[in-house]
Write a protein that binds this ligand. Structure first.
Ligand SMILES: [Zn+2]
Length: 83
């Protein structure tokens, strides 16, 4: 009766009547997974630099130095220890 809807496969850009097929707008399962994998790969690459661990490392936190040479600077002489 009615002509089947012609759609273009987003992966291989082939045009055909597979819109109502089991793979949606894709012409085959392979094209469907290829497109899905491309999206996942892109999303992973984008979110990687935004990881909090990498951001903290980029800020360059300085480690607090301990003053271990000022022991003589503080006179701690008790006038007389009460016994
Ligand atoms: Zn295809």
């Amino acid at each position: 009766m009615s002509a089947p809807l012609q759609v273009r496969c987003p992966t291989c850009r082939k045009v055909g009547p597979w819109f109502e097929g089991p793979y949606g707008p894709f012409c085959s399962a392979r094209c469907k997974w290829v497109d899905l994998g491309r999206w996942l790969d892109e999303d992973y690459r984008i979110s990687e630099p935004l990881a909090p661990e990498l951001a903290a490392a980029a800020s360059g936190e300085e480690q607090p130095r301990e003053n271990d040479g000022g022991a003589n600077d503080t006179p701690e002489t008790e006038p007389g220890a009460p016994r």
